[in-house]
Design a protein around this ligand. Structure first.
Ligand code: SF4
Length: 387
């Protein structure tokens, strides 16, 4: 199948969102975050695209201002975002000029589009920037996120790895042998912080990434065939444009058909939440009391503690496990399908044992090994004295 990296990324973050965007093609207004990010990307491209030298700060500010559309932003955020954008692109220009002064590399591609064959699939995308530094290269993706990624996150960034593979595919002359791959730096450039986090990938890491990618695209293909797009909730839902359509959030947007029934279920839900919260609190309290009583009874060597409401008994619990290979071999010999036992579990075996002869049950018992012992408390109600 043919897919783009951004579509695949959407699928991996939430299959249902992928369906809304890529299959149902539900139109949504571009979010302010996306509009801001696009203008930043556009301005950075402008900085590098000038024919001869770099543009002046004034030219960059003018470019940003001319392309600024206040209508796409909320009134209360527009001024702040505008000031912020001007400062981001100005700081970026300063950094680039300083790099240029130190002759730290040349930009060889901007927003480079690619179509990458991936086994029986193809994946397309666009690389923000590629620099040549001596006889090495740097692939850069701009990010307007507030949060800076760690080196480990950049190392595991699937997008950059695909860019690297696309780069080797587009310019095979730079990669005469496999080792040349390790000359390429992969960087995320956090424009808000004017900071770059970069890593290099080993051949082994790239092979693992390719396997993972192949699995992901296969999964996307299967999901499309079976039309089984499930919602996957995450913190990203807060920014999802399809909350109205998504069953996980639709309740907040729909109009109520049967208000009486809705109120009834609303009451039930409120009570359910309240009881669940209480249950959690009560269970914690029981655990704390259990611990306190057990320690006291153990220190005092007591098996039973009496109160006017009844007593608490401290008893020994033995947990057993079964030797899985011995059990499964014997089950086969006895004509019991071992597939009935997914995992050798005491409870499952108890059911199976009830259908076996006494002799076989005894044999099964011999496969039992003591796993651990622990104490538990049980409550004995106070006897009612009949008068
Ligand atoms: S709101 Fe969350 S679960 Fe629903 S489609 Fe969007 S990302 Fe997926």
């Amino acid at each position: 199948m043919n897919t783009s990296y951004s579509a695949l990324d959407t699928f991996l973050s939430c299959p249902l969102k992928y369906k809304f965007r890529e299959i149902d093609k539900i139109k949504v207004p571009k979010s302010s975050t996306l509009s801001f990010g696009s203008l930043i990307h556009k301005t950075l491209k402008f900085i590098h695209e000038s024919d001869s030298d770099f543009p002046s700060k004034e030219e960059v500010v003018n470019f940003f201002s001319e392309n600024w559309n206040p209508a796409v932003f909320k009134e209360e955020e527009a001024d702040n975002l505008f000031e912020n954008g001007i400062s981001l692109v100005s700081n970026y220009l300063e950094k680039i000029l300083a790099m240029e002064a130190k002759k730290m590399g040349t930009v060889i591609a901007l927003e480079k589009r690619f179509i990458l064959p991936f086994g029986k699939h193809t994946i397309s995308g666009s690389i923000d920037r590629i620099d040549k530094i001596g006889d090495s290269f740097k692939i850069i993706d701009y990010k307007t996120n507030r949060k800076i990624a760690t080196e480990n996150e950049v190392k595991n960034n699937l997008q950059l790895s695909i860019y690297l593979k696309a780069f080797t595919n587009e310019w095979p002359s730079f990669f005469k042998n496999k080792k040349d791959l390790e000359k390429v730096e992969l960087a995320l450039y956090f424009v808000r912080h004017n900071l770059e986090v970069s890593v290099k990938k080993t051949i082994k890491e790239m092979e693992l990434m390719e396997e993972e990618m192949m699995k992901n695209i296969d999964l996307l293909e299967e999901t499309i065939k079976s039309d089984s797009f499930e919602p996957r909730m995450s913190p990203l839902c807060d920014w999802c444009d399809y909350r109205r359509e998504c069953p996980m959030f639709a309740h907040q947007f729909r109009s109520v058909k049967d208000p009486e029934k809705e109120f009834e279920v609303m009451d039930a839900t409120l009570k359910f939440i309240q009881l669940k919260n209480e249950k959690g609190r009560i269970e914690k309290e029981i655990r704390d009391l259990d611990k306190k009583i057990k320690i006291y009874m153990e220190n005092e060597k007591l098996g039973q503690f009496f109160t006017e409401n009844g007593s608490v008994i401290r008893a020994l619990r033995e947990t057993y496990k079964y030797n899985p290979s011995l059990v499964l071999d014997s089950l086969k010999d006895w004509g019991v399908d071992p597939a009935l036992v997914v995992k050798v579990e005491a409870s499952k075996l108890k059911q199976i044992a009830s259908k076996l002869s006494a002799e076989k049950r005894k044999e099964l018992e011999s496969f039992k090994e003591l796993e651990k012992t622990s104490h538990f408390l049980s409550v004995r109600k106070a006897k009612k004295i009949k008068i």
